[in-house]
Design a protein around this ligand. Structure first.
Ligand code: UD1
Ligand code: CA
Length: 452
């Protein structure tokens, strides 16, 4: 049984932001959301978050989550923070201690920590670093961990130690109830150090388990915007590598951003500066041009997306040709072999097999059948200022350029609409409809003059 305890009471002064630190975004999700997501993947019995500064905003952001909140009104140290949980912490099972500003620790690494800690009752994640300045040092004797000494409390010999404390531990709840009340703040910083439980465990004759993270970025914390940006880059680089290992051709992995999850087929090619958000699925041989932003969308095999197209909640069939500069909005559903060209916006609309809208068009609240051609500049006038109405276009229809289809209206199978028409009545199958104002000419026309 695992209780996850997340320390998130720090002010985050160095962010210089009105937004609490743990709500700052990494890959578009608050730092704390990453930690909560991982805790859930571990099937934690309870998630207890210790909050302080900016607590209301933090609680509000996670109001829909099954989280218990414990306040630490005054920040007297990491040990003091965990002490705050004692009244609610169970007596059996283990506590996994994580941090709201250390967002990227992985499920796999934590699972290894849990497994390693089971027998002795206490385990931790440590890391060898080139520059240990500022970190708590791991003091070992004959290979066994004896204590953690904070940088400010360390003597010269201890300062040479390059194995550092990441701050992540797995501890038996029973032991926490024994040890935490005994912490003192008799140290260089006058704080209640959580790290002191390690020496207490040694005194109790326990052997402290330790593991290293698979990747260093998993245990990196965020204190300022520089560290936030660096961690974002490390995360993006890691995700790009995972995708390349799955066979994705990223033209430049340093210019690709995934802010969510992406599942991909084979031989997907992604040009530079593409952003993928939310949950996306991309089939085999899809090509995505430079600068596209694709959110919560599904794109089937063989589709080619030209540069600077923007998708949001779109479902795209096979072998489509889309863009450049196309915009697919929520519930755009395109069948196979559809062409959507430049400056075409599609919202809440289905487009059938082989139909085309190649230039400057708005299709909103519409359905288009198969093999229809929507001429340049066609607009479905779906909104009367108060309500929205549907436009239905059948199969093999031809809509002449610069037509306005005033919904509710339907255009039958095989019907033709003359260019420049404003269609306000249904058009029968196979009919030609032209609705234009009559031609009007006046000789010697004087344009209005500007009034003095
Ligand atoms: C801590 C560890 C140090 C370790 C380092 C890793 C202690 C005493 N030291 O040091 O060994 O190498 O982390 O980064 O634990 N927090 C609270 N309430 C408090 C104090 C802190 O919620 O009263 C939270 C902070 O918001 C932060 C985290 O705990 O997320 C770590 O606190 P911080 O003061 O940064 O600890 P360090 O001095 O870095
Ligand atoms: Ca710190």
């Amino acid at each position: 049984m695992i209780d996850v305890v997340i320390l998130a009471a720090g002010k985050g002064t160095r962010m210089k932001s009105a937004l609490p630190k743990v709500l700052q975004p990494l890959a578009k999700q608050p730092l704390l959301a990453h930690v909560i997501h991982t805790a859930k993947q571990l099937h934690a019995e309870r998630i207890i978050t210790i909050y302080g500064h900016g607590g209301d905003a933090v609680k509000q952001r996670f109001a829909n989550e099954q989280i218990e909140w414990v306040e630490q009104a005054e920040q007297l140290g990491t040990g003091h923070a965990v002490q705050m949980t004692l009244p609610v912490l169970g007596r059996s099972g283990f506590a996994l201690i994580l941090y709201g500003d250390v967002p990227l620790v992985s499920k796999a690494t934590l699972q290894r920590l849990l497994d390693a800690s089971k027998d002795s009752g206490i385990g931790m994640i440590t890391l060898e670093v080139a520059d240990p300045t500022g970190y708590g040092r791991i003091v070992r004797e004959n290979g066994l961990i004896q204590a953690i000494v904070e940088h400010k409390d360390a003597n010269d010999a201890q300062k040479q130690i390059t194995e550092i404390n990441t701050g992540i531990y797995c501890v038996s709840n029973e032991k926490l109830h024994q040890w935490l009340p005994k912490l003192s703040n008799n140290n260089a910083q006058g704080e209640y150090y959580l790290t002191d439980i390690v020496a207490m465990a040694v005194q109790d004759g326990l052997e402290i388990a330790s593991i290293a993270p698979e990747y260093a970025f998993e245990v990196e914390g965020v204190n300022d915007r520089l560290q936030l940006a660096n961690l974002e880059r490390e995360w993006q680089r890691y995700q790009a590598e995972q995708l390349m290992r799955q066979g994705v051709h990223l033209i430049d992995p340093s210019r690709f951003d995934l802010r969510g999850t992406l599942s991909v087929g084979q031989d997907v090619e992604i040009d530079i500066n593409v952003i993928i958000e939310g949950d996306c699925t991309i089939g085999d041989n899809v090509k995505i041009g430079a600068g596209c932003v694709i959110k919560d969308s599904t794109i089937a095999s063989g589709t080619v997306i030209q540069p600077y197209s923007v998708f949001d909640q779109a479902i795209v069939g096979e072998n489509n040709q889309i863009g450049p500069f196309a915009r697919l909005r929520p519930n755009a559903r395109l069948a196979d072999e559809v062409h959507i060209g430049n400056f075409v916006e599609v919202k809440n609309t289905t487009v059938g097999l082989r139909s085309k809208a190649n230039h400057f068009t708005y299709l909103g609240d519409a359905s288009v059948g198969q093999d229809s051609n929507i001429g340049a500049g066609t607009i479905t006038c779906n909104y009367d200022g108060a309500n929205k109405f549907k436009t239905t276009i059948g199969d093999r229809a031809f809509i002449g350029s610069n037509s306005s289809l005033v919904a509710p209206v339907s255009i039958g199978n095989g019907a033709t609409v003359g260019a420049g028409s404003v269609i306000t009545q249904d058009v029968e199958a196979n009919a030609l409809a032209v609705e234009r104002s009559k031609q009007f000419q006046k000789g010697n026309y004087q344009r209005p003059q500007k009034q003095k």
